[in-house]
Write a protein that binds this ligand. Structure first.
Ligand code: AMP
Length: 457
């Protein structure tokens, strides 16, 4: 099924709808795409863009019953179809796309959805879940039909060409200078590769907000305090390049440590001490304490990447909240770029997307999902009026105490006034952050307690 919203806080609308769908009797939510921002089709000018996603569910309900449930959820979100004109903005739009292999044509419902093949805003998220599904009308797969539509599209803005892949930072720098000389704005998404839909959300946003999008793919050895973690880290540059083409990247580049720091890496593979960049005080506490040297490694590579690309805007994920603070400090000290922090993209039922998730077994993945449930429990407490840091911390810790998870930390901080030490007393704003080992894999996550959102997904 497809979800869309272009009224109110679109992300919250979709998150709440996903949570309610997952709690619906007779419905099991299995898999959700990332969220795609798309321009409205038809309707009056000036309407806000949509946020779209596709969800795979398992259900014992027949299509009509399911449709009724979806419409009830739309009403619960505040939508009133009876007062709505065609193509009006809507807080929530839920559509059935397929129901197994069923074909049906009734006034209230047609399956498969009759307009799916013309709609890139459905096909793009669907392509994340079922790229090889054959569409009956055109006989093409979802991926082929999406490529066809993107190739033809004249109205939906830029048509993305293939991503240029460069294998040295020097070549990337020359390319970026050339584009900047033409007066083009450069959006930049630094990554360590093994890309997932969360990275692509950043990339799509950066592509939409800039003339060109540059993505770096580099598993930075400087930020790994654990050599085994570095070795196990997944790598797939060819696969990454394919995904980036779909996300609108103009250029992607990679390189090795000596190429990033010419003349500064010794025969022992160590970086000269003069090349290191010390992070600011946001690096203290939590990740900084549990991964000694990590943020020094992050600051050193990010500073270098900023010098190579000289981006107008750089995009980072809220999933690595403390990293985003460290990078903001660094950008401020350097005099740019503008740093944009993007929301965390999550799987069902709430596990933050991460390249490391592919290292989890099925059992571990289910266990890892409880990390988000623990964060949500703290948010429920906040929503119930609890403001004492000690009580919020205790709630977080007690949730994980009962689980087969090795917790490194779970603490509450003021997101706008970072402190290394735990917060005490009454809080005005709060973010809960955690790191845990599930099997051999280290995962981190966080959740703003003081902002709206599903709370149960
Ligand atoms: P990484 O490849 O893990 O270094 O991540 C590259 C960028 O993508 C960082 O800014 C991350 O914070 C961001 N990122 C990673 N996972 C997610 C996610 N699930 N949602 C949003 N951003 C993410």
């Amino acid at each position: 099924m497809a979800l869309g919203s272009n009224l109110g806080d679109r992300r919250v609308q979709l998150e709440v709808a996903l949570a309610r769908l997952a709690a619906e009797p007779g419905v099991t939510a299995l898999d959700v795409s990332s969220f795609h921002v798309t321009q409205p089709v038809g309707g009056p000018a000036g309407q806000a863009p949509y946020l779209n996603a596709v969800l795979r569910i398992e259900t014992e309900l027949d299509p009509r019953e399911l449709l009724q449930r979806l419409q009830a959820l739309e009403r619960r979100a505040g939508r009133d179809r009876s007062r709505e004109q065609k193509n009006d903005a809507r807080c929530l739009d839920l559509d059935l796309l397929f129901h197994g292999d069923l074909s049906m044509r009734a006034p209230e419902l047609e399956l498969p959805h009759p307009r799916i093949e013309e709609r890139s805003f459905v096909l793009a998220p669907l392509c994340e879940l079922e790229p090889e599904r054959v569409l009956r009308g055109c006989g093409r797969t979802v991926r082929q039909q999406l490529e066809q539509l993107n190739g033809q599209s004249k109205t939906s803005g830029r048509v993305f060409g293939e991503t240029l892949c460069l294998h040295s930072p020097a070549a990337a720098q020359a390319w970026c200078r050339e584009r900047a000389k033409r007066g083009e704005s450069i959006g930049f998404v630094p990554t360590m590769g093994a890309l997932h839909a969360g990275h692509l959300e950043l990339a799509r946003r950066a592509a939409a907000e800039n003339d060109v999008l540059v993505v770096s793919v580099f598993v930075n050895p400087l930020q790994f305090n654990d050599p085994q973690d570095f070795q196990r880290y997944p790598r797939d540059f060819a696969g990454d390049a394919r995904m980036l083409t779909g996300a609108g990247a103009t250029m992607a580049f990679t390189g090795d440590l000596t190429q990033f720091f010419p003349g500064q890496v010794g025969a022992d593979g160590k970086l000269a001490s003069a090349a290191w960049i010390e992070p600011g005080s946001s690096a203290e506490g939590l990740e900084g304490r549990h991964r000694p040297g990590h943020f020094r490694g992050v600051s050193t590579i990010v500073r270098r990447l900023f010098d190579v690309v000289a981006p107008t805007r750089a995009y980072f994920g809220q999933k690595d909240f403390q990293q985003a603070l460290v990078v903001q400090d660094l950008a401020r000290a350097r005099g740019g770029p503008q740093v944009i922090v993007c929301s965390t993209s999550r799987e069902i039922p709430g596990l933050a997307r991460s390249s490391r998730n592919q290292l989890l077994s099925d059992v571990e993945r289910r266990r890892a999902a409880s990390l988000f449930a623990g964060l949500c429990a703290a948010r429920e407490l906040w929503r119930g009026g609890e403001r004492r840091a000690e009580a919020l911390d205790a709630c977080l810790k007690s949730t994980f105490g009962r689980l087969d998870i090795e917790l490194e930390y779970a603490e509450v901080r003021d997101p706008e006034a970072w402190t290394a030490a735990p917060c005490r007393g009454k809080m005005e704003r709060a973010i809960a952050l955690l790191a845990a080992r599930v099997g051999r894999t280290r995962l981190i996550d966080n959740l703003r307690l003081d902002e709206p959102g599903s709370g149960v997904r």
